[in-house]
Design a binder for this molecule. Structure first.
Ligand code: KG4
Ligand code: ZN
Length: 356
């Protein structure tokens, strides 16, 4: 029989930031169509960072060490203790002390089970996060005509526009020059006295103002007219800081207005650069991933603007639970890495600024 069939179970581990995650998937592939079944997808968030308004690497590491064993066991129990064929683990980008916890756990487990470890790039994980739907089974058709594809990756640590010319062929065409856009949400939220993570909080306040007429608060849209695909969010954050300094103390109403204007400003620059790239590269598929992709206002405006340019583009967002960090996306990316490269002989290493 000429059909190429593979069948394996992958356990994936993700500890790059402040979520300890383990997922288990079963994959069957026939003629370029991979069918995934999610057997477990456990996410343990570290609430400890909430009161500090950000993530401290050493604190995250300590929490991962505490959580990884129980999270692994819960995933195995949910999946009914399957025989695992390979382990996928995030090796970067992310916080190195945190990444090491996952890597060490993966290597020890792999040694015990005598199975290979597949190193995975966290950002590649976010790209693959759009494939699962709300059901347990989902397909990835590697023969589908989806290229050229563009991926807007927006999270607490990253803001990148990635051109994907073919499966697993990436070129970063734009990135932030300072803060990541999720980081800007988190910092502005903190200035407004809102808890971490700030994105959902700002979005909640902004929504209260959406139906009303615009306020007088005007924040900058940094780099919106620059000729490249880069971003800058630190000036926007500073503009909020100055506004608070000049007009504070803030009333609830003012906080809502700032939240709205801030969300508008971030959305304007993200959408504007994305649309420009979609046109320039004749994009067929647009994928948005990372924590900020859960922002419903951004989703709405991006869809609207894509429609307006009249180019046939399919847009994909991850389901809400997969927009933030999870190990299911690492399992999917890990499977395709394994198929492409097998497993290397190199010892795994956490690389904080690992490139795609
Ligand atoms: O991908 P992620 O879980 O972690 C990183 O790899 O960084 O992203 C977390 C980020 C946080 O900055 C959080 O504030 C932001 O995603 N976020 C949002 C929303 N939900 C999460 N930002 C804007 N709107 C949201 N609804
Ligand atoms: Zn992430």
């Amino acid at each position: 029989i000429s059909a190429r069939i593979s069948h394996m179970k992958i356990l994936a581990i993700e500890t790059s930031c402040d979520d300890t995650c383990v997922a288990i998937v079963e994959v069957r592939e026939t003629k370029g169509k991979a069918t995934f079944k999610t057997l477990a997808n456990v996410i343990q968030s570290q609430d400890i960072h909430n009161e500090y308004g950000g993530v401290f690497p050493m604190m995250a590491k300590r929490e991962h060490i505490k959580n990884i064993g129980p999270v692994y066991e819960e995933a195995m129990r949910k999946a009914k203790n399957p025989k695992i064929d390979a382990i996928a683990v995030t090796v970067g980008p992310g916080l190195e002390p945190a990444l090491w916890v996952g890597i060490t756990f993966a290597e020890e487990l792999a040694k015990k089970l005598k199975i290979p470890v597949i190193p995975v790039n966290h950002m590649e994980g976010h790209i693959f996060s759009i494939f699962p739907n709300k059901t347990k089974t989902f397909k990835v058709d590697t023969k589908a005509k989806i290229f050229p594809m563009l991926s807007l990756l927006i999270s607490g640590g990253h803001t990148e526009i990635v051109l994907v010319k073919d499966w697993m062929k990436y070129k970063i065409i734009g990135a932030t020059r300072d803060d990541a856009c999720g980081e800007a949400f988190d910092k502005v939220a903190r200035m407004l006295g809102l808890p971490y993570p700030g994105g959902p909080e700002i979005s909640r306040l902004a929504k209260l103002e959406r139906e009303k007429k615009p306020s007088n608060i005007i924040l900058p849209r940094p780099m919106i007219h620059s000729k490249d695909y880069d971003f800058s969010f630190s000036g926007l954050k500073t503009a909020v800081l100055y506004y608070i300094r000049d007009y504070g103390p803030l009333t609830e109403k003012m906080k809502n207005e700032i939240a709205r204007e801030f969300e508008d400003a971030v959305t304007d620059v993200l959408v504007s650069k994305t649309i420009k790239a979609v046109k320039a590269y004749k994009i067929k598929t647009l994928i948005v991933g990372g924590g900020v992709s859960a922002n419903t206002y951004l989703q709405k405006i991006l869809k609207k603007k894509i429609k307006e340019i009249g180019q046939k583009v399919t847009i994909h967002f991850p389901t809400k639970n997969l927009s933030t960090d999870n190990a299911l996306m690492i399992a999917i990316a890990g499977y395709f890495q394994y198929k492409k490269k097998g497993v290397g002989k190199n010892k795994l290493k956490a690389v904080g600024n690992l490139a795609l």
